[in-house]
Design a protein around this ligand. Structure first.
Ligand code: PMP
Length: 406
């Protein structure tokens, strides 16, 4: 077992001044015992906790670190902008450069607007779909995560039914349920929001079927509603031109965040021409939405993504990890499920009531210096190497042994 005395001391201090010591998805209480809550630093594909343990990181800050922690090109671009200013009385020129770059890169985008968090972007998309259509209903896939405010939070704590009065649910990849929801919304359909792929917590991931993506597009076209693609988690890991490009289906609005600034706080909404006028009428803003440093970081990140085909790199690394884990599980006689795009690995065990197997697997890997998540999809970065994948596979041997001995 790892010695976590500094982490324990910080948690105790936090308990006195922060409700339950931490909030939200990064609360370590949601992870098996032994996982650190506090981190000292990150570099490339590695993280150090406050007790000095080094981990090969497969969460990448839950997505944002696409090129690895402290990527030099991104840090230099951010530093250059920081010397000139970050939070000014209006945007720096880099806002225009970044919007131009996104519009050039994304075939579905005619314009871009910037915010801070993924929730800002998905909420702006929902508001904009309503503003543009003058209608109210928003179709949302049951179980999908689009953020942490009352209209979409997975928690009902503090949420009123009125906050969700105009949501209609459908099942991802299910054409019948989509058709039913469209019929239920009737003439009041403002938009349909879909994740780039299905990545609900602790469930097998599902790529959209071409028929489903087409049906969402057709329904929006038939009703004059907006197809909103939530790219917050998948963006720039699946495809640099947009995650549904390979399906030949283009969204009207896309919400981006996480990876676009390689860890700097920035999100974006990109949209089609027909939504430009409504977007210009909308009042959405925030004190820090014009921050120039995250925009410079995003511009540099996007440059590297395109130059180095980062989605392709991550797909190859992810396949190496997936193949190695599948072979390891088979050697140990363990039934493993890996689903979704290899760039965003999810490892689940069959018959795993209460996540006992997943927890034992991940705790053993953590003890061998590899930070995996037992239930949530993980993230690869361009800082991972084939040697790192092999290091993770060596640690997984200990994980499989732990599962086999349960
Ligand atoms: N949409 C998706 C698909 C996400 O994964 C997330 C974050 N996990 C969000 C929206 C919300 O993003 P944020 O936490 O930056 O508000």
């Amino acid at each position: 077992h790892l010695i976590n005395s500094e982490d324990t001391a910080l948690r105790q201090r936090a308990l006195r001044v922060v409700p339950s010591g931490m909030w939200g998805h990064l609360h370590a209480a949601k992870l098996p015992e032994g996982y650190p809550q506090f981190f000292a630093r990150g570099e490339g594909a590695h993280l150090w906790d406050v007790d000095g343990h080094r981990y090969l990181d497969f969460m990448c800050s839950w997505g944002p670190n696409l090129l690895g922690h402290q990527n030099q090109e991104v840090e230099e671009a951010a530093e250059r902008q920081r010397r000139m200013g970050d939070c000014l009385n209006g945007p720096a020129p880099v806002m225009v450069e970044l919007a131009e770059r996104l519009v050039e890169t994304l075939p579905a985008a005619a314009w871009a607007m910037f915010q801070k968090n993924g929730t800002d972007a998905t909420t702006t998309c929902a508001t904009l779909a309503r503003a543009a259509t003058g209608r109210r209903k928003l179709l949302v896939a049951r179980g999908a995560y689009h953020g942490a405010v009352p209209w979409c939070s997975p928690s009902l704590v503090g949420v009123t039914s009125e906050d969700r009065a105009h949501l209609v649910h459908y099942r991802f990849n299910d054409l019948d349920s989509l058709a039913q929801a469209v019929a239920e919304a009737g003439d009041d359909l403002a938009g349909i929001i879909a994740s780039a792929f299905r990545h609900d917590l602790a469930q097998d991931q599902e790529l959209p079927s071409p028929a489903f993506a087409r049906a969402v597009r057709d329904a929006c076209d038939a009703k004059g509603a907006a197809l909103i693609l939530d790219e917050v988690r998948a963006g720039f890991r699946l495809h640099a031109g947009g995650s549904w490009e390979t399906l030949g289906v283009r969204p009207d609005l896309s919400a981006w965040s996480k990876a676009i600034g390689n860890g700097y706080p920035i999100s974006a909404v990109t949209g089609a021409e027909w939504l430009r006028e409504a977007a210009s009428r909308l009042f959405v803003t925030g004190s820090f939405w014009c921050g120039a440093v995250p925009m410079a970081a995003a511009l540099a990140t996007l440059g590297v993504v395109l130059r180095d085909d980062v989605p392709g790199q991550l797909a190859r690394l992810g396949q190496r990890l997936r193949d190695g884990l599948a072979a390891g599980a088979q050697r140990h006689g363990i039934a493993l499920r890996q689903s979704g795009p290899p760039q965003m690995p999810l490892v689940l065990f069959d018959d795993d009531i209460g996540s006992r197997k997943g927890d034992a697997f991940c705790v053993a890997m953590l003890a061998h210096g590899v930070y995996f998540h037992p239930r949530h999809n993980m993230f690869l970065s361009a800082a991972h190497t084939e040697a790192d994948i092999d290091t993770a596979l060596a640690a997984a041997e200990h994980g499989f042994a732990a599962v086999a001995s349960l």
